[in-house]
Write a protein that binds this ligand. Structure first.
Ligand SMILES: NC(=O)c1ccc[n+]([C@@H]2O[C@H](COP(=O)([O-])OP(=O)(O)OC[C@H]3O[C@@H](n4cnc5c(N)ncnc54)[C@H](OP(=O)(O)O)[C@@H]3O)[C@@H](O)[C@H]2O)c1
Length: 291
């Protein structure tokens, strides 16, 4: 199968390209500096030239606070770009795997959201732009998969895109990382997100999938576990409440994802984040990011 990937230089895109290229022909859209995915003629030319069977759309702007004060960027990079990519997929008969997020959900209950819950009123500009992108994909073509992911951790992305790499770099410099103690969400390792995509992309089982580890965790709790598992002093994470952090974009107190479809449709379950985190720390250590 020939698979084209957008956002292939990002945290998830790098893991996708690496894994999928072992069994498929993978072509990566050029990076953002070379091609803006909101440029319809460039995207169309790329798809016309390579004619992939599937496009995995992993490109997006995802940093909550900059987007909250720059909605134009959110709607250009997350909505217009998705419209353009989905239109090209429809025109050339490709299936489309669209990467979405738990940020499409409101914070209105203490129960995990599954694939049959409909997003509404996302509390941030980022969430609104990603929900609009989902709707765009649903309307544009039948052959689509929407993959909602919570906070992603992984081994790729380097200092620019990987918060674990930054956490350990700060510890090395004797600096603390501030993290919220009362922001509880699901998390997922990029390798598990990629495994779900690897399985779904060869099936006709279109629709919405949630991919997340089973237990939600606070931001601070996760970062402290990352230090503990790496043999570092956990006091390098300073806990604050969401209110104390007072960031431009609203931080939810609890939004968790649960999958009802991964197991029946793709024969897959997602392991605990703790298990995956230990493996990823070993990879980051081998790459020289953890002492
Ligand atoms: N990271 C998370 O915790 C998380 C959680 C849930 C869902 N997601 C979703 O997962 C997907 C992948 O996220 P990620 O963490 O891999 O993000 P990432 O590391 O920031 O990578 C995204 C890539 O997309 C590129 N991009 C953005 N707008 C573009 C445009 N208009 N044209 C061309 N390229 C563009 C970015 O380039 P520049 O940086 O140069 O703009 C970047 O290389 C996104 O859809 C995101 O919303 C992420």
């Amino acid at each position: 199968m020939k698979i084209a990937i957008t956002g292939a230089k990002g945290l998830l895109g790098q893991e996708l390209a690496k894994t999928l290229s072992s069994e498929h022909e993978v072509v990566c859209f050029p990076g953002h500096k070379e091609m803006d995915l909101a440029d319809a003629s460039q995207v169309r030319d790329f798809v016309a030239t390579h004619h992939p069977d599937a496009i995995i759309h992993a490109a997006a702007k995802r940093d909550l606070d900059p987007l909250e004060t720059d909605p134009e960027s959110a709607f250009h990079n997350n909505c217009v770009a998705t419209y353009v990519v989905a239109s090209a997929a429809r025109e050339f008969g490709c299936s489309l795997v669209h990467i979405s997020t738990d940020a499409v959900f409101p914070e209105d209950r203490n129960e995990a959201y599954n694939e049959f819950d409909e997003p509404s009123l996302p509390p941030t500009i980022y969430g609104r732009s990603k929900y609009a992108a989902e709707l765009t994909v649903r309307r544009a073509l039948e052959k689509h998969y929407i993959v909602r992911l919570p906070w992603i951790f992984g081994r790729t992305g380097g200092p620019e895109k990987n918060f674990l790499v930054n956490l350990y770099a700060k510890v090395r410099d004797g600096k603390k990382t501030v993290a919220a103690s009362n922001q509880l969400t699901s998390v997922v390792a990029s390798v598990d997100a990629v495994e779900a995509i690897r399985r779904m992309v060869v099936t006709p089982h279109y629709g919405v999938y949630h991919v997340a580890s089973p237990e939600p965790v606070s931001r601070a709790g996760f970062l402290k576990a990352a230090l503990e598992l790496a043999g570092k002093d956990t006091s390098f994470v300073e806990e604050k409440t969401v209110a104390q952090m007072n960031r431009p974009a609203k931080r939810v107190h609890y939004v968790a994802l649960r999958s009802l479809l991964l197991e029946p449709m793709l024969g897959m379950t997602v392991p605990s984040w703790r298990e995956r985190l230990a493996e990823i720390i070993a990879d980051l250590r081998a790459d020289g990011y953890v002492d």
